[in-house]
Design a protein around this ligand. Structure first.
Ligand code: ADP
Length: 261
């Protein structure tokens, strides 16, 4: 078949970025972006300098989740680079800042990859301890080119208890292995629902699927995030729960994971 465009080029260099962590999932809607945002804020709360890149070119949601719907990058003097908008002390870059939210992105693969490379390369990230990258769902060209073109430190995989059965975790894992990206572990999102009134716990989407898959695949299990209204509202309103309720039970679930990565 045809080689994806850019595959033979030399790797992108990001000298001011110390590590890159990608957040991946088998399919959309499992909470990958929500997890990326809250992990980024948890890492920042530990005193690290953190950036966030929205690599979900076809469905960027980070501007909304970070309360930056109307933000635009500004231009820096440094080699004509873009200065990413920032929120909660984190620099964020997303195709969502550059295209109209109402307009669907209909680029073919190579163009989407080109756009992603530009977001990475032409942004003035400043000194970063870690760049958290919210990947598109699945194992397509973008994932492959990301792994080949930038030095990814590791990948974390987000899944619900249920979709892990459907998600071809093995396929995803093999892809990361092939391109030498260490899998840092699996996160189970929407793992349980705890009634805020009585404390009763329900496993709405089943439970334990991600832990089981992690065991079977021989990768670390990083933790469980509950299904929770506050998490959803925070994401939708651009006020992540780690910011509004840093010491709450749900926030602690994220910080415990951030401690392991
Ligand atoms: P993805 O990036 O995998 O497509 P999103 O992060 O956009 O998924 O999440 C999909 C929807 O689920 C959003 O409305 C988000 O607010 C909600 N959501 C994600 N994680 C949780 C959670 N733990 N509890 C409640 N709602 C959640």
């Amino acid at each position: 078949g045809q080689r994806p465009q850019g595959a033979a080029q030399k790797p992108l260099e990001l000298p001011t970025v110390r590590s890159i962590i990608t957040v991946a999932s088998g399919k959309g809607g499992v909470g990958k972006s929500t997890t990326s945002v809250n992990l980024a804020l948890s890492l920042a709360a530990k005193g690290l300098k953190v950036g966030l890149l929205d690599a979900d070119i076809y469905g960027p949601s980070l501007p909304r989740m970070m309360g930056l719907r109307d933000a635009k990058p500004t231009h820096s003097d440094k080699e004509g680079k873009m200065v990413p908008p920032s929120a909660f002390g984190i620099r964020i870059m997303s195709i969502g800042f550059l295209v109209d939210e109402e307009q669907p992105v209909i680029w073919r693969g190579p163009m989407a990859m080109g756009a992603l490379e530009q977001l990475l390369r032409d942004s003035d990230w400043g000194e970063l301890d870690v760049l958290v990258v919210d990947m598109p769902p699945g194992t397509g060209d973008i994932q492959l080119s990301m792994a080949q073109r930038v030095p990814v430190t590791g990948a974390v995989i987000v899944s619900t208890p249920q979709d892990i059965a459907l998600l071809d975790a093995r396929k995803g894992l093999n892809m990361f292995r092939k391109v030498n990206v260490p899998v840092m572990g699996l996160i189970e999102n929407m793992s349980y629902y705890k009634c805020p009134e009585c404390g009763h716990i329900d496993h709405v989407f089943d439970h334990g699927g991600a832990r089981k898959a992690a065991d079977e695949l021989g990768v670390p299990f990083l933790g469980e995030i509950p299904l929770d209204l506050k998490i959803r509202l925070g994401a939708d309103e651009g006020k992540p729960i780690i910011h509004t309720d840093p010491d709450g039970e749900h926030s602690r679930a994220y910080t415990a994971i951030a401690d392991k990565i």
